[in-house]
Ligand binder design. Structure first.
Ligand code: MG
Length: 373
């Protein structure tokens, strides 16, 4: 890895782990965090969780696992160009969706509604809960015992009431401070990844068309660039050549704008970064173009009637699972029954949030389909 800038997060100066462990031989502390995330159970579950499309709809759509890998790839490129800590970006990217429920946003919204009287459900908070508490792998601690900087990056958003209960990683929301530049990079790498892969998956699904997308300036501009270079190109290659150009434009713009923001403030340390305004940012022109694209995806893809139909069904699965377990905790697997005696609602939320799409679907059938034994 190239030399880190003075404002980068340096694993040699980590604020440490919740439970002290010496730095391992052969790896930095952030490398150990990344490795623990990759070896976790929650990470393997990402393969069978989706965002827009439900897992069984097709083998070629992004899953949360491939999404997380794309975020890590995009984030590392940006980090390297800004002399930030690539390994920390990779660790945050691979962990950022660990707390997601089955069935994407529909699942998350429904579980939040079920938990309304019990403190709510936020997927960022749940990702942190997975790495701090829920993974059961190590003899000496619950969770993965990750470094402060990795945990801070995972907790992207947090409501103020929750921030007050979060200890060290909640502080910045109360003090109006920024996280490390590595956390900021991962957040925007996430945005680049999902906007572009939703365009790609949306076109693949046939729910949106090239003609419709051409009404957004970001897509139209890159489609025109592709067609100028490759007259007559069509089908999958035309889509991919366009999407890869959009990703490249966004990544290069983010690097340039962020470099200039960093130069203007000249932070001498990560502490200066925490007290500065957000420094990782797109140029104003691209912020507007991305907003238009997001608006398009919301209207034409995320609220497409076929997506709505699937969301209605998956929300019902989540709601019925929650209600039946809440009514009859004796239906929970034994390890959850035990925990449910102290905090029933949160235990059920943990159980449901940990399910993959197909596990939730099967669990629902096992409990409600009469012909299923
Ligand atoms: Mg994400």
């Amino acid at each position: 890895m190239s030399a880190l800038a003075p404002y980068a997060a340096d694993s040699a100066h980590t604020r440490g782990r919740r439970q002290h462990e010496p730095t391992p031989p052969g790896r930095s502390d952030f490398e150990r965090d990344r490795d623990r995330i990759i070896h976790s159970t929650a990470f393997r579950r990402l393969e069978y969780k989706t965002q827009v499309f439900v897992n069984h709809e097709g083998d070629l759509f992004r899953t949360r696992l491939t999404h997380s890998i794309e975020v890590a790839q995009i984030g590392r490129t940006i980090a390297r160009n800004l002399q930030l800590n690539e390994v920390l970006v990779e660790a945050i990217a691979l962990a950022h969706d660990l707390g997601h429920t089955p069935f994407g946003h529909a699942g998350q919204d429904e579980l939040n509604a079920c938990m309304k009287q019990h403190g709510g459900f936020e997927h960022n908070l749940q990702s942190l809960r997975v790495v701090d508490l829920l993974e059961e792998r190590y003899a000496e601690f619950d969770g993965l015992n990750l470094c402060f900087e990795t945990r801070e990056g995972i907790l992207k958003h947090c409501s103020l009431p929750n921030a007050r209960t979060m200890g060290d990683v909640g502080e910045r929301f109360l003090l109006d401070q920024r996280p490390s530049l590595e956390a900021q990079v991962t957040n925007l790498a996430d945005e680049i990844a999902y906007n572009n892969h939703d365009v790609d998956d949306g076109l693949r699904s046939g729910l949106i068309t090239l003609e419709q997308l051409s009404n957004t300036s970001l897509f139209a501009r890159h489609l025109a660039m592709t067609q100028e270079k490759h007259a007559g190109l069509d089908g999958r290659r035309l889509i991919h050549e366009t999407v890869r150009r959009m990703i490249n434009t966004l990544v290069m713009d983010l690097i340039e704008q962020s470099s200039s923001n960093i130069r203007a403030i000249a932070p001498a340390s990560i502490d200066d970064v925490r007290h500065a305004p957000p420094l990782i940012a797109f140029s104003p022109a691209l912020v507007n173009e991305q907003r238009e694209l997001k608006q398009f995806l919301r209207e034409h893809l995320y609220r497409h009637y076929q997506v709505n139909r699937m969301s209605m069904k998956t929300r019902r699965i989540v709601r019925e699972l929650f209600n039946i377990f809440f009514e009859m905790p004796s239906l929970l697997p034994p390890q959850y029954q035990e925990k449910a005696t102290t905090d029933k609602a949160r235990t059920i939320a943990d159980y449901i949030a940990g399910m993959t799409d197909r596990y939730a679907y099967r669990e629902h059938r096992r409990l409600f389909a009469i012909e299923e034994i």
